[in-house]
Design a protein around this ligand. Sequence first.
Ligand code: F6R
Length: 642
Amino acid sequence: MNIHLAFTSENTRFEKIPTRIFDTSIDASITVAREIAGLIRAKAQKNEQCVLGLATGSTPTSVYGELVRLHQEEGLSFQNVVTFNLDEYYPMQPNALQSYVRFMQEYLFEQVDILPENVHIPDGTVPKEKVAEFCAAYEAKIEACGGLDLQVLGIGRTGHIGFNEPGSGQQSRTRLITLDHITITDAASDFFGEENVPRKAITMGVGTILAARKVILMAWGEGKAAIIREAVEGAVSDHVPATYLQDHPDATVVLDRASAAELTRVKTPWLLGEIPWNHLLIKKAVIWLAMKLETPILKLTNRDYMDHGMGDIITEFDSAYNINIRVFNELQRTITGWPGGKPDADDSTRPERANPPQKRCIIFSPHPDDDVISMGGTFIRLVDQGHEVHVAYQTSGNIAVFDDDVVRFVDFVNDFHKAFDLEKTVTSMMFDAVKRKVQEKQPGEVDAAEVQRIKGLIRRTEAKAGCRYVGIDDSRAHFLDLPFYETGKVKKKPLGAEDIRITVDLLNAIQPHQIYAAGDLSDPHGTHRVCLEAIFRAVEQLKQENTPWLKDCYIWLYRGAWQEWEIENVDMAVPLSPEELLRKRRAIFKHQSQKDRPLFPGHDSREFWQRAESRNSGTARLYDQLGLPEYEAIEAFKRYYF
Ligand code: F6R
């Protein structure tokens, strides 16, 4: 009932599937898990089985985590639960790292009391000629259990549900399909390279999913925002299979704020009717209007506002001129060539304080190259302007190094020892052993411990070279090697007390006036998200402890290689000259293991320096279009208040 009301209300009139937006994916996951638990309990009371359709991938992991907690702490039993998983790669051995059988065991089944005979997952080992028979039997089993009570879904960037890629029919049933190229790219990191991703998968069909009595589709993060808009507001089409859910009588879309960002009610709510305007919304709306009309802010007219659903702002501020000036001034004040504050200047409208004139700064870099990729220009300026700049490399980044680079480096050490007649035997034995381990490694297998170590060292020397190039001494490069990261796999451990202790200790040792951190939440492996969490938790602890230096510390968030802050969220914009941009590029070049072709490129095939430059010049262009000064490039930061 609630959902129905939300669905028909004014601000959701573009939404064709009932959609709920939560502050965070954790809040959303807890709600979904409780809904599932409620269903399991209700069925148990009636002595009935509860038939669940389950998904894998990064989206449902917190839901499974909460279900496990409910089982362990609140006695939720899975004895009456029967499960059918959506899909499995084909071919796939059940014990392989990437298998969905293994995924489900690790995240849910082995931690609850479900009966093994009640678990069903498509079998990636069935011989090709038996696949069709297997699929028909899978469908028959679902039917024999009385059909799915609830199907849980994630969504791919292609709009796939299950592995029903674009082109899948509404009536399709469980079958073998070919994965879309985008899906293969997205899976590349799990398989240590695109070439190792299976080309096919067995998936329940769209028809199988739509036959479930209830469907919940979840999505988290900025990376899903565009496809969510299409799924929820677009026309039903086989180009985006998730749009088929619009025809389901009881489907709900559950989102966090980031994945909801492109929905009309979030992006341009003023187009839907009267809204309660606030400071940020006005800024967002004015920027949107100027961009849409390709007009500088100061040239927007009353008529422009009236014609675009923003007439009520005019009533409040009496003229376009007043609003324009206000937003323009605010944007202008974000621009500063003095990211560490301008000494002896009036700082009342500047992003940073003038005092102390020489600040201690820590740049937290989740991977060893994020410092220069994301804020290399600002890093250079801070050093040039005499601040004491430290970099804290949070993780070793060791999974992202190619195997042949390891052999090359060990070969160098071997030859180096030979050339100078040092401990020959030990290094040549090591060289042979490492070469053998690399050669014997199966695709998708985890590296041997010493290979992981060498990969970490390769990245460490690159980071140090980057620091030296920018102009800071090795002693200011701190390698934290946070333990949560050190699994040798894409799947990491949860953040632990040791990760926080290491971060707190460094902060206390340096007592910074400025902390720069990656506020980028959509890197494909979630490492940035966890690294940010580590900083927030460390700062929270220091706050609880009433740490004196913290009162004089600003936190600035930069965004990683994947995207930039929206202009309305920028609190500090640091312009870069063409020369500074070139220096930034050269600092990025020091990360040779990531050059030409990184091991984990994500969904953008350009090199990191190209992405960084196009993003920084893109921001400069946006400022220019809005009528602000024209710069070569701009790095953008958002202040985090704690
Ligand atoms: C997984 C599945 C897929 C995923 C989708 C999103 O069983 O069928 O449809 O739900 O690819 O994946 P994540 O959650 O990893 O973004």
